[in-house]
Design a protein around this ligand. Structure first.
Ligand SMILES: [Zn+2]
Ligand SMILES: [Zn+2]
Length: 362
């Protein structure tokens, strides 16, 4: 065990309109209930772009990134079940298991997650700039840093045979998409599903629906290349965005982009009595509308799905196992492996809407 601070590097967000950049940092050792991790891989998620572009209000002075896998390097006091060398998937919310939401078995709504508030409280801060100025870690895990200290409850051990790039994606996109199907919408075998928007989350939703035995599974996007990926993910039918009409009417429609236009499309595409699950996150403050008369007459349901209504402690290892058993073709989500230095290019590609997931490999 070392009590020394270590030297590391990370991509720091200093406020919207300012280009995030790689900085040299020091990281203090883990304290009680915490672990020091060496990042193995980190996915670049659309949520990161919402923060950089100022569409979501988030605190500045944090190492960015909220989707990642890491190896445990050192466990602090009172950490059970984790040891040096373990491969863990990092959860961007680490449920406290004590608040009302946790007691209702809705850990994704936990109001006091461990290491919350992006590690900005002085007692949670472990990272410092060379000047000594403390900085935070986005969602308590800051996966665009080479090392981090995180709450042990945010580090979920998975089968060490899981490739780090895949493990990283389980930390956000995959669990969000598959969880929306299984946990939020509770899709059953034989039900029809339409997935709108085929980024990492939407493609994961397609795989989740196929694994549940849903039929038919229809995938919609404006990019023909993404429709091809959806076919590889197991979709039974693919449609370009302009081609979708109410004939696609399904038991379940799952919206995975977060644009007003596609949210409204999702509501229109559910069959009477059908359920619309909203997964994509819009810029803050946007409102969508729908035809109330038709909505009520048709007895539809709209649900929001945050983090796939999942409990990371059980959902992460289960998804990793299903991948290793060949039941989820998660490899097709990895569009490109990049270095930390190429993050700007990854954001630019995301603004253009190209490709599935870019993953930083450390
Ligand atoms: Zn994400
Ligand atoms: Zn809680």
């Amino acid at each position: 065990m070392s009590d020394e601070a270590i030297a590391t590097r990370g991509v720091v967000f200093d406020g919207p309109g300012r280009q995030p950049s790689i900085e040299e940092l020091t990281l203090d050792p883990p304290q009680r209930g915490e672990v020091l991790v060496q990042m193995a891989a980190a996915g670049v998620c659309h949520s990161d772009l919402h923060v950089v572009d100022g569409e979501w209000e988030r605190p500045a002075g944090v190492v960015m990134g909220h989707e990642g896998a890491a190896w445990i390097e050192q466990a602090g006091e009172r950490v059970e079940g984790l040891a040096a060398g373990d491969l863990v998937v990092l959860a961007w919310t680490a449920p406290c298991r004590a608040c009302e939401a946790c007691h209702r078995a809705e850990p994704w709504l936990c109001v006091t997650p461990d290491g919350s508030n992006h590690r900005l409280r002085p007692e949670d801060q472990r990272l410092r700039r060379p000047s000594g100025e403390p900085i935070g870690a986005y969602s308590g895990i800051g996966t665009f840093g080479e090392h981090q200290v995180v709450a042990a409850s945010a580090a979920i051990k998975v089968d060490p045979r899981t490739p780090p790039e895949i493990a990283a994606l389980i930390g956000c996109a995959v669990t969000t998409g598959i969880g929306a199907i299984r946990n939020t919408a509770q899709v059953k075998a034989g039900e029809s599903v339409v997935v709108i928007g085929l980024g990492g989350v939407g493609l994961s939703a397609v795989m989740g629906a196929v694994a549940q035995g849903a039929h038919p599974v229809t995938a919609i996007d404006r990019s023909p290349a993404k429709l091809e990926l959806a076919v590889r993910a197991g979709a039974h039918r693919v449609l370009l965005a302009g081609e979708a009409d109410a004939s696609a009417g399904a038991d379940h429609v799952v919206e995975c982009i977060g644009m007003v236009e596609t949210v409204e499309m999702a509501i229109d595409l559910a069959r009477p009595g059908g359920t619309i699950t909203l997964v994509g996150m819009t810029p803050q403050g946007l409102r969508a509308s729908f035809d109330v008369y038709r909505f009520v007459e048709d007895g539809r349901v709209i649900r929001g799905s945050n983090y796939g209504s999942a409990d990371p402690a059980t959902d992460f290892p289960r998804i990793a196992r299903e991948y290793l058993e060949g039941r989820l073709p998660l490899d097709l989500l990895v569009e490109e492996r990049i270095g930390l230095e190429q993050l700007d290019e990854a954001f630019a590609a995301m603004r253009r809407g190209d490709g599935a997931r870019r993953v930083i490999v450390y």
